[in-house]
Each structure stands twice: as structure tokens, then as C-alpha cells.
Design a protein around this ligand. Structure first.
Ligand code: CTP
Ligand code: MG
Length: 232
């Protein structure tokens, strides 16, 4: 099988409160999205990269290299919709048994080593898997009263992991799982690709990622991301 990358980049970046979508903010000398693109292009394991942007996107042509990358103007209202739309278009280029690595444009700290670690460990797994970080903090669940936060319980962090991307699944399984997720009763609990696959009855593999692969969500994340990008 081959390995394809799919980068959803059709969000508006509301929580970043910047001038435009955060995937085009300049970070460590280049647009945020370009970091993820370059990480995939640097790996010989990756056959091709697809990027899903919104139909009205006017910045992608200046950011995506013409070689090795296909821009799909098929962004939807949600991340999951953008990915589902992209997978439909990709059907003409990808086999059911090929792997798809879905990675957020908002994680510029990805590098070739993390990509190839994921592929090496998950490529022999029947279902697929994701990069994730073991939780190091003590975790509290708050009580039902959201006016005054009080601890209801402390949750053992022993088996807890924080999901990152890429999340890697066989094309057909991912497509079927996301289709099923959109009609699921608890679709609100499906917040990443892995949770769709989990709801579909499978147990994705956890592969230890790296803090540098953080998701840039809030303005305060910018400086942390730049610190990692500047580090060797
Ligand atoms: N994304 C997408 N299509 C959407 C929403 C999000 O392709 N309709 C992408 C984003 O561009 C990003 C990734 O999904 O690369 C992760 O989403 P997130 O960090 O939430 O980005 P935004 O949705 O843009 O930010 P916010 O939620 O703050 O508006
Ligand atoms: Mg979002």
C-alpha cells in the first residue's frame, strides 16, 4: 500500500482572532500551513499530499508547491465535513487499502521523523493509529455546576493520552467510519478521525508524539510554536 497525506485547511481560525485564517499566518518565516506541507514533502514514504481548502480561498496558490501537492477546494462547515469531501475527491487517486495520514494545518511542528515513526509503527497494524502524548498533569473532572467550578473527581492519568495528528487509517475504513459518524446519535463526541473509527468498532494504535507537534489554537500558542520551530 501507499501512504497519502490529507491536510484539512478550510477553517476560519475563530479562536485565534487574527486578520485571516490562522493557517496562513506567518510563523518562523513561512505560512503555518507550509510547515506541515514541507514535512510531508520531505518524506519519501509519502506518495502525494492533498490539501482541503474552502472554495473561496485566495491564498493557497501562493503557499502550496505545484509539485507533489493537490489542492482540493472542497472545504465544509466542519473539519469532519472538509475531510469527508476531500476523501470523496481522492477516490480517483487512492485505493481502498492505501493509507491516509490526516494532519491539521494548525500543527506546524510536525517533522519527517514523526511521520515516519507513525508509519513504521502503524503500517503493520490492522486498523490504524495516531500520534498522542501521555498526560503528565493531574486531571480533575469538574462538577455539574458550571457557575462555580468545583472538583467532582480526580481522574487517574495512568492510561490517558492527548490526541495529536497525523492520524493514519486505510482509506476505505476512514471513509466508512466518517460516513457513519455523521449520522451517529453521539456525533458530538466524535471530535477527531480516530474517534470516528473508535465509534465504528475499532481500537486505533497510540504512538507517542512530541510536544513540538502542538496545535496552534489560541494567540498564546504562537510563541510556543515559534520556539519549537526555531529549535534544531
Ligand atoms: N478545518 C477544516 N474545515 C473546517 C474547520 C477546520 O478543514 N470547517 C481544519 C482547520 O483549518 C485546521 C484543522 O481543521 O487545520 C483543525 O481545526 P481547528 O484548529 O479548530 O482550526 P479552525 O477551525 O480554523 O479554528 P477555530 O476552531 O478556532 O475556528
Ligand atoms: Mg475549529
Amino acid at each position: 500500500p501507499r501512504y497519502f497525506a490529507l491536510i484539512p485547511a478550510a477553517g476560519v481560525g475563530a479562536r485565534m482572532v487574527a486578520d485571516g485564517p490562522k493557517q496562513y499566518m506567518s510563523l518562523g518565516g513561512k505560512p503555518m500551513l507550509r510547515h506541515a506541507l514541507d514535512a510531508f514533502l520531505a518524506s519519501e514514504k509519502i506518495s502525494h499530499v492533498f490539501v482541503a481548502v474552502s472554495a473561496g480561498d485566495r491564498q493557497i496558490d501562493a503557499v502550496a508547491p505545484s509539485h507533489g501537492v493537490t489542492v482540493l477546494r472542497c472545504g465544509g462547515a466542519t473539519r469532519m465535513e472538509s475531510i469527508r469531501n476531500a476523501l470523496v475527491v481522492m477516490a480517483s487517486a487512492v485505493l481502498d487499502t492505501d493509507w491516509v495520514l490526516v494532519h491539521d494545518a494548525a500543527r506546524p511542528g510536525l517533522d519527517r521523523m514523526l511521520i515516519e515513526k507513525l508509519i513504521a509503527e502503524v503500517g503493520v497494524h490492522p486498523v490504524g493509529g495516531l500520534l498522542a502524548l501521555p498526560v503528565v498533569d493531574t486531571v480533575k473532572r469538574a462538577g455539574a455546576d458550571s457557575a462555580v467550578f468545583a472538583v467532582a473527581t480526580t481522574i487517574s492519568r495512568d492510561a490517558l493520552w492527548l490526541a495529536q495528528t497525523p492520524q493514519m487509517f486505510r482509506y476505505r475504513l476512514l471513509r466508512d467510519a466518517l460516513d457513519a459518524a455523521t449520522t451517529a446519535v453521539d456525533s458530538g463526541a466524535i471530535t477527531d478521525d480516530a474517534s470516528a473509527v473508535e465509534a465504528f468498532g475499532h481500537a486505533p494504535m497510540l504512538v507517542e508524539g512530541h510536544p513540538r507537534n502542538l496545535k496552534v489554537t489560541l494567540p498564546r500558542d504562537i510563541r510556543i510554536a515559534e520556539m519549537y520551530l526555531a529549535a534544531p
